[in-house]
Design a protein around this ligand. Structure first.
Ligand code: FMN
Length: 183
């Protein structure tokens, strides 16, 4: 079996936020031999996505921040989207990162679509409403459809509750949630 490499895509617009805290809490139970890469999207800002699919038709080879994200994405077996709930969906940086997947599908030689197939997509999110499942339904739904679109496997969803940074209620997690990544 291929060695697992987890990529954590952190989509919060602040450092050390609740979503990262929750992600780090459950990632601590990953086997020590499982590689982990953590990227805070705020640190890898991307220009606005341009839709040139039907004009130029191809996208240039990624460079700079885009290349870091591109390489990390293709290198991972497991991609964890760790985005807080912003307006019932993912944060803007997370959405922009996903928009770039559309570009990467059209980077000559990248073979992006074929290489995404079979990777596992996981979701971790925190929101400030106790009714987490209902409030996060669109965030989860759009990520699930995105995974399906790219023939990715679905890892699962972990939702947390909290508002101010550091609020996330880790004590509220059940055993199954703490063992989120146990496969
Ligand atoms: C722009 C913005 C939009 C938000 N939208 C929602 C929302 O739709 N529903 C909700 O319950 N909380 C919403 N929140 C609250 C955050 O989800 C909450 O504070 C969360 O803990 C932030 O996670 P973080 O610490 O990882 O950044 C929003 C916060 C911001 C800044």
């Amino acid at each position: 079996m291929q060695e697992q490499k987890f990529l954590f895509i952190l989509g919060s617009a602040r450092q050390n936020g609740n979503t990262e805290m929750l992600a780090r809490h459950v990632a601590a139970l990953l086997p020590a031999t499982t590689a982990q890469e953590w990227l805070l999207l705020m640190d890898y800002s991307l220009p606005l996505f341009e839709d040139i699919r039907h004009s130029i038709g191809v996208y240039p080879q990624p460079e700079g921040n885009e290349k870091v994200l591109f390489d990390a994405t293709l290198n991972a077996t497991d991609i964890v989207i760790a985005s807080p709930l912003y307006w019932y969906s993912v944060s803007a940086t997370t959405k922009l990162y996903l928009d770039y997947w559309s570009a990467w599908m059209r980077v000559p030689g990248a073979d992006f679509r074929a290489r995404m197939k079979g990777k596992k997509l996981w979701v971790i999110s925190v929101c400030s409403d106790e009714n987490m499942a209902e409030m996060s339904a669109h965030l989860v739904g759009m990520l699930r459809l995105t995974a399906d679109y790219l023939d990715m496997e679905w890892g699962g969803v972990l939702l947390g509750y909290g508002n101010r940074a550091g609020d996330v209620d880790l004590a509220r997690l059940g055993e199954a949630e703490r063992g989120f990544f146990a496969v």
